[in-house]
Design a protein around this ligand. Structure first.
Ligand code: TRP
Length: 371
């Protein structure tokens, strides 16, 4: 499985070195390559914090994009903490009615994919009060203008000038800094889109250290670890997402998987090739099959050749159902035992709470607010 290898060059960003975004992306990629080597050499130096918003079941895009990588890090001996960002869902949903099921569903997906609660910590940040309390001092370390420059926040601000955006949404990147720093994480596996968030976390860590403990840095300035996983698209060739109806959930049945793949968009050319630029939909099916089979996309395309899209879809259906068989069996067992899932989460919450309690006490000491 191509995890933790050299990050693939990220597609078309034809901008000169004067473009600050592309040069910072190049720098992040370079840094990620160095980090990858450092993790292999000494996994115990690293403490990883990663997370998801509980917005529904995870799908195969998540599996190949982030989940498999988390399991690899855990298996290498890195201290991995996985955060369920439930407070971040109330920035964009009116009724939290489905949250309990979504949160437990995430725990089931994590464990089924191979995260081991004995070796990693899975928790929901709403349950970790001292983590959330860090938001207050952290908010004092950044300006409104700095937060407003964050691309996610800017997008939400949109044409309405923020009229429809909650103040919680506005503080989202600062909250994320609390998520990362409460446990002194020094490595955050992210996609490119999250780099600006992490930059703000780094700023907050630096400013806290400069202001409250000069010369004796307390918070690490965490690094982004850019994923090298190829982007898996949905069955319509767009971004895979549950809301677009183009996602194959990890927990989907074999029949459902077959149906979704049968309905996947292809093109009019008979011979199957791997040309992501010219034939994105076909290339995506080839890529998925290749990821499942541990082959190169070119090999898979070559095997199918003139047998066409129907043969490709049949191959992919079998390969994906085979790749997910064990995961799905584990997931079924886990969801049949919600008491166990609750217990895993409660244990993780408690572990996170202990860590955050100590951090908050130390922060209060440094800020002279311990009375
Ligand atoms: N914002 C992330 C997302 O939308 C989820 C998240 C919350 C997160 N806190 C985090 C990711 C801390 C990494 C580190 O997917």
């Amino acid at each position: 499985m191509p995890v933790l290898t050299t990050p693939a060059p990220v597609a078309p960003a034809p901008a000169g070195p004067a473009d600050p975004l592309s040069s910072s992306l190049a720098a992040a990629q370079r840094r990620s390559r160095e980090l990858t080597a450092a993790i292999r050499a000494d996994p115990r130096r690293f403490r990883v914090l990663t997370g998801d918003r509980p917005t529904g079941p995870l799908h195969v895009g998540h599996l190949f994009g982030t989940l498999a990588n988390r399991v690899t890090l855990q298996d290498l001996g890195v201290d991995v903490r996985v955060l369920i960002a439930d407070y971040q869902t109330i920035t964009d949903r009116d009724s939290p009615g489905t949250l309990p099921a979504d949160v437990l569903g995430l725990v089931a997906d994590y464990l089924a994919a191979g995260l081991d609660p004995q070796r990693c910590t899975i928790f929901a940040h709403s349950q970790v009060e001292p983590l959330n309390q860090l938001l207050i001092p952290f908010l004092s370390l950044v300006s409104v203008a700095e937060v407003a420059r964050n691309p996610t926040v800017k997008e939400e601000f949109g044409a309405g000038g923020g009229a429809a955006m909650s103040a919680l949404m506005f503080s989202y990147p600062v909250h994320q800094a609390a998520d990362i720093l409460f446990g002194h994480a020094n490595l955050v596996p992210v996609g490119q889109d999250q780099l600006p968030h992490l930059e703000l976390t780094r700023t907050i860590a630096r400013r806290f250290n400069e202001r409250y403990c000069p010369g004796r840095p307390y918070f690490p300035v965490p690094d982004a670890l850019l994923s090298d996983a190829p982007l898996v698209l949905g069955t319509d060739g767009g971004k895979m997402s549950k809301s677009r109806g183009n996602a194959i959930a990890l927990g989907a049945s074999e029949d459902e998987t077959a149906r979704l793949i049968r309905g996947a968009r292809t093109d009019a050319q008979r011979v199957i090739t791997y040309q992501p630029g010219e034939r994105p939909e076909v290339a995506n099916l080839v890529l998925l099959a290749a990821l499942c089979l541990g082959q190169s996309p070119e090999q898979v395309a070559g095997q199918i050749g003139a047998r066409g899209a129907a043969a490709l879809k049949a191959l992919l259906t079998d390969a994906l159902n085979e790749r997910l068989r064990l995961l799905r069996a584990r997931r079924r067992e886990l969801t049949a035992d919600p008491g166990y899932l609750h217990q895993v989460l409660a244990d993780g919450n408690e572990r996170a709470r202990q860590i955050a309690t100590q951090t908050l006490a130390e922060v209060r000491g440094m800020m002279h607010t311990a009375y």
